[in-house]
Design a protein around this ligand. Structure first.
Ligand code: HEM
Length: 492
C-alpha cells in the first residue's frame, strides 16, 4: 500500500511539474553525469552510501568542472565549485530563497530566519541583528566560561580512558545556547531539560537521514514511515518546551519589572520579548517561538561539530598542539581564571587553528538557493534558469588544490594574513557569505575559542579514531560516520 502510494505521488509529480522546455535546454547545456529519462540522476540517492555522497560530489567536481548539473526527477540542480561563480550566487540579493533541501526543516523551524525568505526574512534579519548585538556577546562570555569549566571537570574525570568526545561537547554547546538565547539552564529543569536534550539529538539525527532521501521530503509521505511519525511526535516535545520557556521568561520579566529588581544578564529571548512588548504586530508569540527554535538548532549543533572536529584533528597533530600550549601558557600562565575578551584577541594561533578546522570540516557542508530569476555565471554562456536549486559545497570547495595545495594536510598557516591575501575571498566560506551569511558567526567564534582554550589549558589530546576512518556524512550539519574516540591526558 505504502509502495503504491509512493509510486502514485511520483507519477503525479512528474506529470504536473515536468520542467519547461527552456529550463531543460538551459540546464542540459551544463556538463553532468548521464541522466535517465524521467528519473534523471535519482538513482544516485539510492545507490550511494550516505558517507560517500560528499566524496562522490568531489569526484564529480573534478570530472565535470566548476559548474555541473544533476536531475532528480523534475528538479534541476546546478552544483558550482568556482569562487567567482559562488560570489555571483551568494552576493545576489534577488536570489535569497533557500533550496528544496530546507523544506525538511520547515515543520520544526517554521519560518524562522534560516528558511524564511522575501520581505519577512529581510525584516527579521534586521530585527535579529540588533537583538544579537555586541553586548549580548560580551554577556555570553560568562555563560561560555561557566559551561567550559564544567566540561573540563567532566573530561578530567575520564581518567585517561578512551571517550567519545562529540556527545559531551554537544551537551555543552546546547547548554550554552540555551542559557544565552533563553536564559535558562537545562540542568535546572531536571526531567524537562533531559527530555529536551534527548529530543533535540534525535530530531537532528532523523533530519540528517531525511535530507539525503529526497523521496521523503514531502511531509505526507514522511508521515507514512515510522521515522516520520516519530519525528512529528518529538517535534511536539520541542515546540512545547520552547513555548513553556518563553512564557516563564515573560512572567519572570514582568515580576522583576514590577519589583523593580535589576535583571540579570539580558538574553536574546529578552530582546525579542522587549520587541514584542513595544510592538506586538512586529513580532508576535509565534514569531518569537520560530526564532528561538531556529537559534537553538543552528546555534548548538554547528559549534559542537566544529569543536569536536578540532579536538579530533589536534589529537593527530601533536606539534600543532605544542604551539597552542605555548600561546595559551603565555596568555594564561597556570591560572584557572576565565577567558576575557582581551585574551581572545591575543589568541592568534588558536584563531588560525579554528579557521583551518572549519576549512577541512565546515559544519555546514552544503548550501542551496532556489533561483528566482535567470543568473549568468561570469562571462560564460551558461544561464541558470528560475527554480533551479543551485548547490554550493564548502566541503568540496575547501579541498580544491588550486587554492589549498596538499588539501588534506592540516596546516593553520594557510590562514596567515599574507596567505589569505593570495586567495579569492569566496574560496573560504564556512559561514557562507553575502546577505544570508551566518548571523551567529561572532557568537560561534567566541564560543569555540573559549571551549577549546579551556580544554587545552588543562589537557593534551590523543586521537584513537584514525584519520582514514572519518568519512563525512552530509546533512544540515557535517557529521563523521565513525565516532571521534580520543584520550585526554592532564598536562600537569
Ligand atoms: C561553527 C559554527 C557555525 C557555522 C560554521 C555556521 C555556519 C552557517 C552557515 C554556512 C549559514 C548559512 C546557511 C545557509 O545558507 O543555508 C548559517 C546561517 C545561520 N546561522 Fe550559523 N553557523 C555557526 C554557528 C551559529 C550560531 C552559534 C548561531 C546562533 C547563535 C547561528 C545561527 C544562524 C542563523 C540564524 C542562520 C540563518 C541566517 C539567515 O539566513 O539570515 N549559527 N550558519
Amino acid at each position: 500500500m505504502l509502495f503504491l502510494l509512493i509510486v502514485l505521488c511520483f507519477v503525479v509529480c512528474i506529470i504536473v511539474a515536468w520542467p519547461s522546455n527552456r529550463k531543460t535546454k538551459l540546464i542540459n547545456k551544463f556538463n553532468g553525469p548521464p541522466a535517465l529519462p524521467l528519473l534523471g540522476n535519482g538513482l544516485l540517492c539510492l545507490t550511494i552510501k550516505k558517507e560517500d555522497m560528499l566524496l562522490t560530489a568531489k569526484d564529480y567536481c573534478e570530472k565535470y568542472g566548476s559548474a555541473f548539473r544533476l536531475w532528480f526527477v523534475n528538479d534541476a540542480y546546478v552544483i558550482i565549485n568556482d569562487p567567482k561563480y559562488i560570489e555571483v550566487i551568494l552576493n545576489n540579493t534577488n536570489n535569497i530563497e533557500k533550496g528544496l533541501f530546507y523544506n525538511t526543516l520547515k515543520s520544526w523551524l517554521n519560518n524562522g530566519l534560516l528558511i524564511s525568505t522575501g520581505s519577512k526574512w529581510q525584516y527579521r534579519r534586521k530585527l535579529l541583528t540588533s537583538a544579537f548585538h555586541f553586548k549580548i556577546l560580551e554577556d555570553s562570555l560568562q555563560t561560555f566560561n561557566k559551561n567550559s569549566q564544567f566540561l573540563v571537570k567532566q573530561l578530567l574525570k575520564s581518567n585517561e580512558n578512551l571517550i567519545e568526545i562529540e556527545p559531551l561537547i554537544s551537551r555543552c554547546t546546547l547548554d550554552m545556547i540555551c542559557e544565552a538565547a533563553m536564559g535558562v539552564s537545562l540542568s535546572d529543569l531536571s526531567d524537562k531539560g533531559e527530555e529536551y536534550v534527548k529530543a533535540i539529538n534525535r530530531v537532528s539525527n532523523l533530519i540528517m537521514c531525511r535530507m539525503v532521501s529526497p523521496w521523503l521530503w514531502n511531509d505526507w509521505i514522511y508521515y507514512l514511515t515510522s521515522n516520520g511519525r516519530e519525528y512529528f511526535k518529538i517535534l511536539s516535545i520541542l515546540h512545547n518546551f520552547t513555548k513553556m520557556i518563553i512564557k516563564e521568561r515573560k512572567q519572570r520579566k514582568t515580576s522583576d519589572h514590577s519589583r523593580k529588581e535589576k535583571q540579570q544578564l539580558k538574553t536574546f529571548l529578552d530582546c525579542l520579548l522587549d520587541l514584542n512588548e513595544t510592538d506586538p504586530d512586529m513580532l508576535n508569540f509565534e514569531g518569537i517561538k520560530e526564532e528561538v527554535d531556529t537559534f537553538m538548532f543552528e546555534g548548538h549543533d554547528t559549534s559542537a561539530a566544529a569543536i569536536s572536529s578540532a579536538i579530533f584533528i589536534l589529537g593527530h597533530n601533536p606539534n600543532i598542539q605544542e604551539l597552542l600550549f605555548k600561546e595559551l601558557d603565555e596568555v594564561f600562565g597556570d591560572s584557572d581564571r576565565g577567558v576575557t575578551m582581551e585574551d581572545l584577541n591575543q589568541l592568534s594561533y588558536l584563531d588560525r587553528v579554528i579557521k583551518e578546522v572549519l576549512r577541512l570540516f565546515p559544519s555546514v557542508p552544503a548550501l542551496m538557493r532556489k533561483i528566482q530569476s535567470d543568473i549568468q555565471l561570469g562571462h560564460e554562456e551558461n544561464i541558470i534558469p528560475p527554480t533551479t536549486n543551485v548547490t554550493i559545497l564548502p566541503y568540496v570547495l575547501h579541498r580544491n588544490p588550486k587554492y589549498y595545495p596538499d588539501p588534506e594536510k592540516f596546516n593553520p598557516d594557510r590562514f596567515l594574513p599574507e596567505e589569505i591575501q593570495k586567495r579569492h575571498p569566496f574560496a573560504y566560506i564556512p559561514f557562507s557569505a553575502g546577505p544570508r551569511n551566518c548571523i551567529g558567526q561572532k557568537f560561534a567564534k567566541i564560543e569555540i575559542k573559549v571551549v577549546l582554550s579551556s580544554i587545552l589549558r588543562k589537557m593534551r589530546v590523543q586521537s584513537i579514531t584514525k584519520l582514514n576512518e572519518v568519512k563525512p556524512e552530509p546533512g544540515v550539519i557535517l557529521k563523521s560516520a565513525a565516532p571521534y574516540i580520543v584520550q585526554l591526558i592532564p598536562r600537569k
